[in-house]
Design a binder for this molecule. Structure first.
Ligand SMILES: Nc1ncnc2c1ncn2[C@@H]1O[C@H](COP(=O)(O)OP(=O)(O)OP(=O)(O)O)[C@@H](O)[C@H]1O
Length: 265
């Protein structure tokens, strides 16, 4: 069970940016004195065996929220609990449980796909036998055996993304945190990634992923959290979300919850 309560993150403006902001009329509620409140008040939870879709226009604060959840960034305010453990106080506990896929691949270009995944497995202290078993299972699920011996710098975008996912889940995490996992992928690679997420849904694991693709939400998500301008505008089941508008579709529900309608992908 993951619980995020009143989460906030501010970034200090650099000197150049701060100078530009001086004496300017402020219309964006995220703009503060010397700081930008990228995430202002985000609250949601995700139970075991559930998939939560994190939605929001460009710049809403989704990546920043997921980075805090994965311990890569420290919150300015608020609380992140995994099974009741405070992530900021016990980052190692969280890192063991979470498999985090960020926008960056995190792969070593000169190593093969298998060497990359093994490297991260060793960092998590996996034995050779466990590693071999895990790699076989994950490479089968993500259809990776054919390119396991290729160097990372020779991979297509779709192969690279699947290798990044394998790296993120080698330690058998109980929580998947994926930031836009299908962005830039062709239909076949995207389907492989979505099937992989769906397979987690059948287990007792929690999955949180951000996306701009509402058909992915429709297919996979039990719950939805919509963020706009750094704060939660909606949190609830996908059905409740869709039922907010008379059309009952997710697209209209999205538009009715955000300010910047033109930024929907
Ligand atoms: N390290 C940082 N320093 C300053 N501002 C930042 C930093 N990281 C993010 N921001 C700003 O915070 C806001 C939220 O960014 P974030 O990447 O979380 O949005 P997002 O919802 O993931 O957007 P997208 O859908 O475009 O990926 C943006 O305005 C971004 O420019």
């Amino acid at each position: 069970m993951i619980e995020i309560k009143g989460l906030a993150k501010s970034f200090a403006y650099d000197k150049k940016e701060a100078k530009k902001k001086k004496n300017k009329v402020v219309t964006d509620p995220r703009e503060g004195d010397g700081v930008f409140h990228a995430v202002r008040d985000v609250t949601f939870s995700c139970d075991k065996g559930k998939v939560l879709g994190l939605l929001g226009p460009n710049g809403a604060g989704k990546t920043t929220t997921l980075r805090m959840l994965s311990t890569a960034l420290e919150p300015t305010q608020g609380e992140i609990l995994i099974n009741g453990h405070d992530v900021t106080k016990e980052p190692r506990y969280a890192q063991k449980l979470i498999g985090f896929l960020s926008g960056k691949t995190g792969l070593y270009h000169r190593l093969t796909v298998r060497e990359n995944v093994e490297y991260f497995g060793r960092m998590h202290g996996l034995s050779k036998q466990t590693m071999d078993e895990r790699i076989d299972k994950i490479f089968t699920m993500l259809d990776m055996h054919t390119f396991a011996g290729k160097r990372a710098d020779d991979l297509s975008t779709g192969m690279m993304q699947r290798a990044s996912i394998a790296r993120a889940v080698i330690h058998d995490p109980k929580v998947l945190v994926f930031d836009e996992p299908t962005t830039g992928l062709d239909v076949i690679s995207a389907k492989t990634v979505l099937d992989f997420i769906e397979s987690y849904k059948e287990t007792e694991m929690s999955v949180i992923f951000s996306t701009h693709h509402l058909h992915e939400v429709e297919r996979l998500c039990d719950d939805v959290c919509l963020i706009d301008l750094g704060e939660t505008k909606f949190f609830g089941s996908t059905q409740e979300f869709a039922a907010q508008t008379s059309s009952g579709n997710l697209y209209d529900a999205f538009l009715s919850n955000v300010n910047k309608k033109e930024e929907v992908a």
